[in-house]
Write a protein that binds this ligand. Structure first.
Ligand code: BJW
Ligand code: ZN
Length: 238
C-alpha cells in the first residue's frame, strides 16, 4: 500500500495535507479524544468555549499555560519534517487543525491554521488587538489588553466560526487537490471534517492514522500506524 500511495504522491500536481492532533502525538503533545486525550481529563465545555472563558478566564488560561509549557518543551517529529520537506519540494499545501505551531517550527513555510494558534493572543473584548506571545508561562498581569478587556488565546473554540479566509483557502485547496493525505485526525469536528469529502469526488483520499476514524470508510487508501513512521516510510518510497 505504501508503494501505491507513493506513486500517487509522485504523480500529484496538487498535493494537500490535512493534519490533526495525532501528527504531534509522537512529539509528546496530547491528543483530544481517545486514550490519553485531553477530553478524558477535562470537559471541553469547561475550557474550550467562549462561555467558559467569560465565566472563568483565569482557569482557562491556566490550562493554556500548562499546554504551552508542554509544547514549548516538545520538538517537531519526523512527520512534521517530512511534511515541511514536501511543502518545499512538492508545493504541498498544508491545512492544520493544530494550534501548537510545530509545523511552523519544522520550517516548511506557510500553512492554513484552521483552529488558530496558541502562541498568539487577541482581545476578547473585540477591540481588534492581536499579537504573538511566545512566553510559555504568561504572567497574569500580561493577560489584560490595553483596552482593559481580557486577552484570550487566538484559537477557535466550540461554537465559534472559523476565520472565513482560512476556511475559504482550505476549501479551495481541497477542491483543487488531486491527492489529499489526512493525517492524525479523528475527523469529527466540523467544518474541517467536511473538507476531505469535498476532495473525494476528484482526488485520491489517503488516511494516515493509528486507528479507524469517521473518515476511514471514505478513504481510497488507509495507512495504519504512527504518522511520523508512516510519513518517513512514504518519503523513502518516493
Ligand atoms: C495518531 C497518532 C499517531 C493518535 N499517529 N494518528 C453536531 C453535529 C455537527 C457539528 C456540531 C454539532 N454540535 C456542535 C457542532 C459544531 C462543532 C463540532 O463539530 N462539534 C463536534 C465535536 C460534534 N464545531 C464547532 O463548534 C466549530 N465551529 C463551528 O461550527 O462554527 C459554526 C458557526 C458559524 C457562525 C457563527 C458561529 C458558529 C469550531 C470547532 C473548534 C474546535 N476547537 C478545538 C480546540 C482548539 C483550541 C485548542 O486546541 O485549545 O480544536 S476542539 C479540538 O478538536 C481541537 C482540534 O483541532 C479538533 C480536532 O481534533 P483532532 O485534531 O481530530 O484530534 P483528536 O484528538 O480528535 O484525534 C486525534 C487522532 O489522532 C485520532 O484519530 C487518533 O487515532 C490519532 N492518533 N496518535 C497517527 N501517533
Ligand atoms: Zn482590547
Amino acid at each position: 500500500m505504501i508503494d501505491c500511495v507513493a506513486s500517487w504522491i509522485r504523480a500529484a500536481q496538487r498535493l494537500v495535507l490535512l493534519t490533526g492532533a495525532g501528527i504531534s502525538a509522537e512529539s509528546g503533545v496530547p491528543v483530544f479524544r481517545g486514550p490519553g486525550g485531553l477530553w478524558r481529563q477535562f470537559r471541553p465545555e469547561d475550557l474550550a468555549t467562549p462561555g467558559a472563558f467569560d465565566e472563568r478566564p483565569e482557569l482557562v488560561w491556566e490550562w493554556y499555560v500548562w499546554r504551552r509549557e508542554r509544547i514549548a518543551a516538545a520538538q517537531p517529529n519526523q512527520g512534521h519534517h517530512v511534511i515541511a520537506h514536501w511543502q518545499q519540494t512538492r508545493a504541498a499545501a498544508l491545512l492544520t487543525q493544530n494550534v501548537d505551531g510545530l509545523h511552523e517550527r519544522a520550517g516548511g513555510g506557510p500553512s492554513i491554521e484552521l483552529h488558530g494558534n496558541l502562541w498568539r493572543v487577541r482581545c476578547a473584548q473585540g477591540c481588534g488587538f492581536r499579537a504573538h506571545d511566545n512566553h510559555a508561562s504568561a504572567p497574569r498581569t500580561a493577560l489584560r489588553c490595553r483596552c482593559g478587556g481580557w486577552l484570550r488565546p487566538d484559537v477557535v473554540w466550540f461554537g465559534e466560526p472559523l476565520d472565513p479566509q482560512a476556511l475559504d483557502g482550505a476549501t479551495r485547496a481541497a477542491e483543487g487537490a488531486d491527492v489529499v493525505l489526512v493525517v492524525g485526525t479523528s475527523a469529527v469536528v466540523y467544518p474541517v471534517a467536511a473538507l476531505p469529502h469535498l476532495a473525494r469526488r476528484h482526488a485520491r483520499l489517503v488516511e494516515i492514522n493509528i486507528d479507524e476514524t469517521a473518515l476511514s470508510a471514505a478513504a481510497d487508501a488507509t495507512l495504519r500506524g504512527p504518522s511520523g513512521e508512516v510519513l518517513a516510510a512514504l518519503e523513502r518510497a518516493l
